[in-house]
Design a protein around this ligand. Structure first.
Ligand code: 5GP
Length: 203
């Protein structure tokens, strides 16, 4: 059977929703590829080039913009951040699904540029559970936790602009649900038209 093209999957979630853990599980499957953003900001301690970001110069970034090499980009705190386009196209042509982990504004830009992409928003079961998880992590002060919780509440309201809302109550279930969404989407008629010709080939 002919392989379908891979899908672009945009994933957003407020901090503390377990997005990183879910994606780490999903990415164990090599039919998924994680899109590493490019940035002009300096690497932080422990960050690796090509893993956390592609750390590039201002000139290189602007050259990529001029060559139409960025799917989307934004300037944040005087630094550029963006999604390099070429690798995504290559992977999708190989039938691999590419995952863009991107905040809500960037996601909505991608929605305009790539209306065929799949948009998944991950939420905690409740806001109080999110607060409990942030406290358990123990890395932030009460003030910061309160700010993150209130920011999360605002972000979660934007989930209505996504195709799917994935509740992360239990990790295993959330990973399974993620895979189910991607599988069902791949079977939609729009993604599987070539299958009809394949099925009828030897009729
Ligand atoms: P940080 O410097 O803390 O790693 O990231 C700063 C901000 O840039 C975060 O809000 C992050 O979501 C955003 N960001 C990271 N990569 C990209 C990207 O490829 N495109 C856009 N639009 N924003 C990004």
């Amino acid at each position: 059977m002919m392989k379908n093209k891979g899908r672009m999957i945009v994933v957003s979630a407020p901090s503390g929703c377990g997005k990183g853990t879910i994606l780490a599980e999903i990415l164990k499957d090599d039919s998924f590829f994680y899109s590493v953003s490019a940035t002009t900001r300096a690497p932080r301690v422990g960050e690796e080039d090509g893993v956390n970001y592609h750390f590039i110069s201002n000139d290189e970034f602007e050259k990529l913009i001029a060559e139409d090499g960025m799917l989307e980009y934004a300037k944040y705190c005087d630094n550029y951040y963006g999604t390099p386009k070429k690798i995504l196209e290559e992977k999708m042509n190989e039938g691999i699904n590419v995952i863009l982990e991107i905040e809500v504004q960037g996601a909505m830009k991608v929605r305009e540029i790539c209306p065929d992409a799949l948009f998944i928003f991950i939420v905690p079961p409740t806001i109080s559970e999110l607060e409990r998880r942030l406290r358990k992590r123990g890395t932030e002060s009460d003030d910061v936790i309160a700010k993150r919780v209130s920011e999360a509440a605002g972000e979660i309201q934007k989930a209505v602009n996504y195709d799917y809302i994935l509740v992360n109550a239990a990790l295993e279930d959330a990973v399974e649900d993620f895979k189910t969404i991607v599988k069902a989407e791949s079977m939609k008629t729009a993604c599987s038209k070539n299958l009809i010709d394949e099925v009828l080939k030897n009729a």
